[in-house]
Design a protein. Sequence first.
Lengths: 236, 227
Amino acid sequence: MSAEQETNSTRSSRGSRRRPDLPPPRVEKIRPRSGLSRAEVIANQRARIFSGFAGALAYHGYEDTKVTDIVELAGVSRATFYERFESKELCFTAAYEDGVERLAAVVAGVAGGERDWANQLSAGLMAGLEFLAADPPLAHLLFVEALAAARPARLEHERSLDRLADVLRPPVIDGNEFSEETARMLAGGVASHLSGRILAGEAERLPELHDPLLQYLLAPSLAALRTTDERRAAAL
Amino acid sequence: MSDEPPRFDPGGFVELPDKLALGQLPPGRHGLPRSFVVRNQRLRIVAGLLRVLPRHGYAETTVGQIISEARVSRSAFYSQFAGKEECFLEAYELGGGWLCDGVEAAVGDEPWPDRVRLGVGEALRMLAANPALAHLIAIEALQAGSAARRLQQASLTRLAEILSLGRPERPELPADLEQLLLGGALSVVSRHVEGGGIEQLPEIEAALVECLLIPYLGPGESKRIAA
């Protein structure tokens, strides 16, 4: 069997090269002589490349996505792509970082308006789920493809999970400090649950997961409060 | 830790004398039934995939590398599998099933919290003794698309049963708590595997048991059982 057939068999496992339901790129192209500064044009090109990358990934998977697919969806030339990014791998890491920053900014903005930890968690979780549901290709890039990408991107994903774990770590309750592993397990459980739902094509329905995920995230703290209450009741 | 943790070896699954099961069957007339030969070849290919995966990762692994490692022809590979993904899925199914069997056997009829401790300990020891399998389960399975993910969910569901069986009744705990906890535990394991700490996995037993039990028992009691 030839090498060509081999490639075809991996491609077909992810879906064909072209799908009629391919979404249009999300970022509008800037018309020539728009009066924008060079920095603005570059920022717009980057955003378009990232969104084109996410769109291409959702259809071809990381392995099979080619720079040709990205530039076609992004509406930029190959030369422009390579002016901004050395390779597909480096572009992926940049797209991933950009997506994580935007997600984190939305979550932090909403959570900042709440008083206590549980309400911050609930509001932040909803904002995050809604952000991802509004952009399924990005959700796919962040929670599915980041795991299939080259090792630097996977390590970047591990760092994001550590960062998420810091946010999800419950406060000290009655002298009980929760371990790093507990926080990391909360973060990993959420990420792996989201990843499964997104892979099943249910990215748009992520906000429905708010209540069970919140219950999961609060479970360690609630158990700590419960045992404290039980001890107090026993002491009375 | 009384005895040596078992080794995962698909080549050894075929009930042939060791010498034959691991290697290539002698050419020509060996008097072995055809079904035996086919099964032997299939498992040898899976064993070959397992050995090359940690070197190249799922995305970079090619059928060429698998067949040269397994010492079978390309046409033999394609008579067994449609492609790399199918071969990978079989490896995962065998490996995941083997791990779940081991964990179920280790937990026995112990009371519930001890069962969790025994199961986690056994799983970590089995993974530490089988780096290729740890790699497959903790890293590569996440790269191989939705079919692999479904198999992973099936394994987690089997393990979730151990975690949920006999747990205290708590109406406020979410229905899929066990799935979420185990997904989280797997992510902690992945982090160690990715960081090159496969052999040190048994060292995280206490920490992992503790966080798995906290939602049910609270921090104090969980720490005591995990220690």
